[in-house]
Ligand binder design. Sequence first.
Ligand code: ATP
Ligand code: MG
Ligand code: MG
Length: 350
Amino acid sequence: GGTVGILGGGQLARMLAMAAARLGLRTVILAPEAEPCAGDVAHHVIRADYGDPAGQAALAAAADVITYEFENVPVEAARALEALAPVRPGPLALDMAQDRLTEKDFLSGLGLTTAPYRAVASAAELEEAMADHGAPGILKTRRLGYDGKGQARLAGPGDAGAAFAELAGAPAILEGFVTFRREISVIAARGLSGEVVAYDPVENAHKAGILRKTTAPAPISMTRRLDAVTAAGKILRALDYVGVIGVEFFETDAGLVVNEIAPRVHNTGHWTLDACPVDQFEQHVRAVCGWPLGDGSRHSDAVMDNLIGAEAEDWSGLAADPTARLHLYGKGEARPGRKMGHVTRLTPRG
Ligand code: ATP
Ligand code: MG
Ligand code: MG
């Protein structure tokens, strides 16, 4: 028995709650929305802001361990909760991943290659950085960006003023544009006793900043596969991490460049639900509950397509397709850009 508390109530929390239920565990969700996506699966929902002390106390009273499904939970909330119940992964990972500058400093401090980057706090600083780094580049807000939001592309120094204005003058970093062959990611987990397991690296295709397709395995060399998994292991150990992490890379002719990390279960790991004995959600629940980690080996090759906005309206066609494993998140309104579900197609392991 036992109860897992989850900060956040989106589809990731929903899939965590389903995994927990299968292991005989209960879940309690703390989320500010009126109708969180995960609310129909969790045993209990506490509707409160993450920073609300009463909500935090109720969550800690109900849960044996607390985790989160999105990386923008206020660090202060995670710290306050840590005094009441174990929080896994710890607030350190959250703190580091919430700011693209500290994230990049951390990754390069581990000896991993990142895109060239520099903090910029004004249009003048941006122009100076552009002059030093050269074009093209990408300006990203340090905090709160996701699905490509909070980013502006820069073709040349003349774009600096407009790009900085586009991000409303928020503190940002300028990244050099990486010419990549493909984007890949690794989903990995570290258990309470320090053991690490990783899923096979996958290739990801984005459109308009949003993940569209994940292909497992990524068509990369054994050397690159080892590089990616080794980097993920280094990151997990450096953070004394417990739980599942997603690490995004660019594959270039010269090797791997780490783009960013997500201290949670990850959209590029949804294929594991259908193609691995133990999927990323169960793996995360196992890790944060102090269970042994499970078998994350790939029994099939897989292609996962996100169903975004109106794409999920054709669910009946997908439901009738015997090759499609359909996952719908039970969200109401199909707003543009909203992740409504995903579909995975398996083929025999190559
Ligand atoms: P996510 O939804 O994955 O959290 P995000 O909004 O945090 O996304 P990034 O992953 O940093 O943003 O960037 C989104 C996409 O933009 C990347 O997947 C990649 O396609 C492209 N991109 C980001 N940074 C660079 C770069 N330095 N060079 C080239 N392309 C980049
Ligand atoms: Mg991100
Ligand atoms: Mg990303």
